[in-house]
Design a protein around this ligand. Structure first.
Ligand code: PMV
Length: 330
């Protein structure tokens, strides 16, 4: 830490998360205030590690992702985020940011959630700010909405809130509350055509979005209750319905967003069949073609094997509930 400026360096890590009740659409795109609340689970074993160093010797912010200089649009997004940190800290020092993911780019796991949660923690600590968890979650939200849910640990709820101050995520149950497992079936590892920032802006062009948003409090209640009671089949019903509602909105937007590939649909059918055969299994899909197949720890090996034997699946990643974003000391 530079004693004259109070600025220094810090490292942090955060896990990505899978939304069980999805966020799709903003009421304020600049602040990323969502039109509906959401619920997610952090994914243990998968993480972004980020190091931030503020220095008077730098004339501009720099960003390296997995050791390579980032492209202009990613750098601009991070620089804008760092501006928020600088405003909070009352400084104009530039920063060097190095970020590494231990999961493949384009793996169908949004790295923006873990990336902005880790960046919020590392950058605020490097800037000498001591933000509490809600403030950290709010800061992460301004980089990527779902990043606010990667700040607390375990099973997490993000209440939409009406203003910046009350739109943050908090833990509703710790990681060891329930042995839910996410088997991520990778159908395609290519870059997606339309990123979520652009996608959120299209949500309102679908006539189905109002109905999806109006019904969100019911789905949130059912999902929260299913998690707290560890009722897998209640969770399965609401998780699949919520995912289908979001994709119905996407597919009916102007222009339409169709993220599914043929194998995406094959997996949805297979999962329904396995569930009707008695297996604890359900599926949810984010803004891409890959399918997050949820199950319980006892069935995870069987589900992963079934998925690997399904045509069109390139690989399966397996993740249990993960903890909060954390500083890396020393
Ligand atoms: O945080 P964003 O802007 O990448 O949006 C995430 C959108 C979904 O992944 C599709 C849903 C969600 O709640 O995570």
């Amino acid at each position: 830490m530079n004693s004259r400026t109070g600025f220094g360096e810090a490292s942090a890590y955060a896990h990505p998360n899978i939304a069980l009740i999805k966020y799709w659409g903003n009421r304020d795109a600049g602040l990323r205030l969502p039109v509906n609340g959401s619920i997610s689970m952090n994914l243990d074993g998968l993480e972004t590690r980020t190091h931030v160093r503020f220095s008077a010797e730098l004339s501009a912010d720099t960003l390296f992702v997995n050791g390579a200089p980032a492209g202009a649009s990613d750098l601009a997004r991070v620089a804008e985020f760092l501006n928020r940190v600088r405003r909070l800290a009352g400084s104009d020092l530039r920063a060097e940011v190095q970020s590494e993911n231990n999961f493949p780019a384009g793996a169908g796991i949004a790295s923006s959630a873990s990336a902005f949660a880790a960046l919020a923690l590392a950058a605020s600590a490097a800037a000498g700010l001591h933000l509490d968890r809600p403030a950290l979650s709010r800061l992460a939200r301004t980089g990527s909405g779902s990043a606010c849910r990667s700040v607390p640990g375990g099973f997490v709820e993000w209440r939409s809130g009406a203003r910046d101050e009350d739109s943050f995520a908090f833990s509703i149950a710790p990681p060891d509350h329930w042995d839910l497992v996410d088997c991520v079936a990778l159908v395609s590892t290519g870059q997606k055509e339309t990123g979520s920032t652009e996608g959120h802006a299209l949500a309102d062009t679908s006539p189905l979005q109002n109905a999806r948003v109006a019904d969100a409090p019911r789905r949130l209640d059912r999902c929260r209750e299913a998690i707290l009671k560890k009722d897998f089949f209640a969770l399965a019903e609401v998780v699949e319905q919520d995912s289908h509602m979001m994709h119905a909105v996407m597919m009916t937007s102007r222009p339409p967003l169709v993220y599914w590939l043929p194998a995406t649909l094959s997996i949805l059918h297979a999962v329904r069949k396995w569930r009707s055969d008695g297996l604890s299994v359900c599926a949810t899909i984010d803004a891409g073609p890959n399918v997050h197949v949820l199950t319980l720890r006892d069935s995870a090996g069987e589900v992963a094997d079934l998925l690997k034997a399904t045509a069109g699946i390139q690989d399966v990643l397996v993740a249990e509930p993960g903890g909060p974003a954390s500083l890396i000391r020393g």
